[in-house]
Design a binder for this molecule. Structure first.
Ligand code: ZN
Ligand code: ZN
Length: 404
């Protein structure tokens, strides 16, 4: 706590030794038993059981495996705050050597959602213990399938946001040192979508090119021409990405390929730019293919809208984080943002809220591999910080704190 802040608020519980032990134990247990999106049956079972024990009304099986715990505070009416943790793991074979390595072949908690569940349960339990002290309602959303499978949208379609006034969530983040909090007002993470293009030319002998329509050459021109979308169609004041990440064509050294397939991703912070990018990409492909005599199919799938923080909600998180970890360990500069995407953006597109990062990097201990790496790990000492900040921001919001 900083000097001069003692006038604020009630004394609030902070992480105890037993709570820290339980955080680590829970995270490691989930890490050993990772489950892919929409298959989080064991995880959801643990979540539901602990929420019930903490006094929550619990609904299960929402969007397949989602769990919602609802708890009304004992100190009168007030707003309804949605808190969210994601539960799914990734189809990655773990390469870490610690003693809680995944026991499910080819499945790994390589994004830190194991920590999110552990932190979420700790916050939920703490709110249960302090129920008499706060007013309003907490709705805890434990969602399935964050990793590109639409878990948040499924729960929203099932009505999880009904009656919700605001929302908070967090991601353990390897881009920041352990326990450093990163939060900005406005976009924190990008909106994203994925595209696939199949270019159809006319195959033939490698020695007789004039009788073919060479899909490799045309797809190559497409890849180069697509670089102009960000540099010439998007304002230089906006952040955007167009990445062609896969290029498949041809099979022999002397056969001109008839088809080529490109796969890629588009990303932007500004929702309007996110919407515009796929049209721009398709226009370039259409023009290049027309000029060179090929046809094409274009498929686009939006993944998530940008995760855009409401400024007053971000300010609550920033203020509480400063009280807990100190000004020097709270980052609010634009570099804490990322062009990675997150389906909590679906929630923040509908209700005001804040999604923030809690650093999980620890170079001295070799914990520096990025999210989705088979060697991903996180510094567990970030978890108590995450619990404290999320809990404090929750209590501050419920106490009417957007203006304080
Ligand atoms: Zn991820
Ligand atoms: Zn994630």
């Amino acid at each position: 706590m900083l000097e001069g802040d003692e006038d604020d608020d009630v004394e609030m519980e902070t992480v105890t030794a037993t709570e820290t032990e339980l955080l680590v134990e829970t995270r490691r247990d989930l890490h050993r038993h990772p489950e892919l999106g929409f298959q989080e049956f064991r995880t959801a079972g643990i979540v539901a059981e602990r929420l019930r024990a903490a006094g929550y009304q619990v609904q299960t099986g929402i969007a397949e495996t989602g769990v919602v715990g609802t708890l009304h505070g004992g100190a009168g009416t007030g707003p309804t705050l949605l808190l969210r943790a994601d539960m799914d793991a990734l189809p990655i074979a773990e390469e870490c050597a610690h003693d809680f390595t995944s026991t499910h072949a080819g499945v790994m908690h390589a994004c830190g959602h194991d920590a999110h569940v552990a932190v979420g349960l700790a916050v939920a339990e703490r709110l249960g213990r302090s129920r008499a002290e706060w007013g309003g309602t907490v709705k805890y959303m434990f969602q399935p399938a964050e990793e590109g499978l639409g878990g948040a949208l499924g729960m929203i379609e099932a009505g999880v946001l009904e009656g919700v006034d605001a929302a908070l969530g967090l991601h353990v983040w390897l881009g920041l040192p352990s326990g450093v909090v990163g939060v900005v007002g406005g976009p924190q993470m990008a909106g994203a979508g994925e595209f696939e293009v199949v270019i159809r030319g006319k195959g033939g002998h490698g020695a007789i090119p004039h009788e073919t329509v060479d899909a490799v050459l045309i797809a190559s021109h497409c890849v180069v021409a697509l670089q102009s979308v960000v540099s010439r169609n998007v304002s230089p004041l906006e952040a955007a990405v167009v990445t062609v990440a896969a290029f498949h064509a041809g099979s022999a050294h002397n056969v001109i390929a008839e088809t080529a397939t490109l796969k890629g991703t588009v990303r932007a912070f500004n929702p309007a730019v996110t919407k515009e990018l796929p049209d721009r990409v398709e226009r370039v492909i259409s023009g290049v293919c027309a000029a060179m005599g090929a046809s094409y199919e274009f498929h686009y799938r939006p993944e998530a809208p940008p995760t855009v923080n409401d400024a007053p909600m971000a300010e609550i998180v920033r203020r509480e984080a400063v009280r807990i970890v100190g000004e020097e360990r709270v980052r609010t500069d634009p570099d804490v943002r990322t062009m990675a995407a997150e389906d909590f953006g679906e929630v923040l597109a509908r209700v005001p809220g804040c999604y923030f990062f809690v650093g999980g990097r620890n170079e001295e201990r070799g914990i520096l591999h990025p999210h989705h790496s088979p060697r991903f790990d996180l510094c567990e000492s970030c978890m108590p910080v995450a619990v404290d900040v999320l809990h404090a921001a929750t209590r501050a919001y419920l106490a009417g704190g957007t203006t304080g």
